[in-house]
Design a protein around this ligand. Structure first.
Ligand code: NAD
Length: 327
């Protein structure tokens, strides 16, 4: 049985990296997908248009270009499209850039999420999936990170907005019975990855023969998670939210195989066929020393599975990067 056939799903941020992959997965399984995206200038519109190219060719796809914070527009969209599920991915993403414009991050990520939840409540939508982040964990020495860990100590405004989003989702669940899955993504990579993220930046520099900046001593580590695995988690979360009883859950979606920065750089060298130059720079404020997910809850409840081995995922990613003109 296909759970998504004819299901109407609103995907905010659907023109982005993760969103465009999700839309393709839903559309190819027969869902009707409306994307709300404002083609935010954080990175070029041309990349997002390219992300959407395949979706545009599939039946059941529609795009509303607009801002999540525009309550009238969002209200009209909910009224006309009548989504049965919402996957809320639109956000200002990124840890370091959030230090430069924290008010904008708060506005888009917190007010925008509130506008969306309110529209869901007013139109009776009961299935809501929220893109949270490993950034809510802040700097923790104890690993792996579990959903039950204290997350009151984010170290970036971005992380703080994601925590606020989770709490807002909880309040709408509590008061209005909206089922909500808050998914804490751990550094997602794969084709179409955001240009500000380390793997993409590093591969671009390495392919251009330039040196890679190493912030700190190279021992920071990240739980890199392939976008294909993330999709399994998101689709599982939509299914989970179809239950007749309202539910609220927070789930880590991570590979549980953290990779040190210096190992990442050496693996990139292996993939491109020669060692890469590095340059040492000081540790960046807002960065955390490590991320490491315990994803067992998502495995049990959502059918999440870490399938894509990092070396294979990186090799594919380098192949994809070689086809890109702008990096
Ligand atoms: P992305 O920037 O590629 O996609 C986000 C999309 O949201 C973009 O297309 C952008 O135009 C849109 N958007 C931004 N502001 C908007 C607004 N005001 N109104 C409407 N649309 C708006 O980012 P991504 O990497 O695909 O991330 C998707 C979600 O996952 C985000 O919520 C992000 O915080 C979260 N997340 C991502 C990662 C990761 O490693 N990529 C890790 C943790 C959490």
């Amino acid at each position: 049985m296909n759970d998504f056939n004819t299901l109407r799903v609103l995907v905010t941020g659907g023109a982005g990296f993760i969103g465009s992959h999700l839309c393709e997965a839903l559309l190819t399984q027969g869902a009707k997908v409306a994307v709300l995206d404002n083609f935010d200038p954080f990175y070029p519109r041309a990349s997002k248009e390219q992300n959407l190219a395949f979706c545009r060719s599939l039946p059941g796809f529609s795009l509303v270009e607009g801002d999540l914070r525009d309550a009238d527009l969002v209200g009209r969209l909910f009224g006309e499209f009548r989504p049965q599920a919402v996957v809320h991915l639109a956000a200002r993403a990124g840890v370091r850039p959030s230090l430069d414009d924290p008010a904008l991050y708060a506005d888009v990520n917190v007010r925008g999420t509130t506008v969306l939840l309110e529209a869901a409540h007013l139109t009776g939508v009961k299935n809501f999936v929220f893109a949270s982040s490993s950034s809510v964990y802040g700097n923790r020495n104890t690993v792996p990170f579990r959903e039950s860990d204290n997350t009151d100590f984010a170290v970036s405004p971005y992380g703080a907005t994601k925590k606020a989003g989770e709490v807002l989702c909880h309040s709408y669940h509590q008061v209005y019975g909206i089922s909500t899955a808050c998914l804490r993504f751990f550094t997602v990579y794969g084709p179409r990855q955001r240009p500000d993220l380390a793997i993409r930046k590093f591969v671009r520099l390495a392919l251009a023969g330039e040196s890679i900046p190493v912030f700190g001593d190279g021992t920071t580590r990240r739980d890199y998670t392939h976008v294909r695995d993330i999709l399994t988690g998101i689709l599982g979360a939509i299914r989970w939210g179809q239950s007749p009883e309202p539910r609220y859950g927070i789930f880590n979606l991570g590979s549980s195989h953290p990779i040190e920065l210096r190992e990442l750089i050496s693996l990139i060298g292996d993939c491109i066929g020669h060692p890469v130059e590095t340059k040492s720079l000081p540790f960046q404020p807002g960065d955390v020393v490590q991320t490491f997910a315990d994803s067992s809850l998502a495995e049990q409840e959502l059918g999440f599975k870490h399938d894509v081995n990092f070396r294979d995922g990186l090799k594919d990613f380098v192949a994809w990067m070689k086809q890109q003109t702008e990096g």
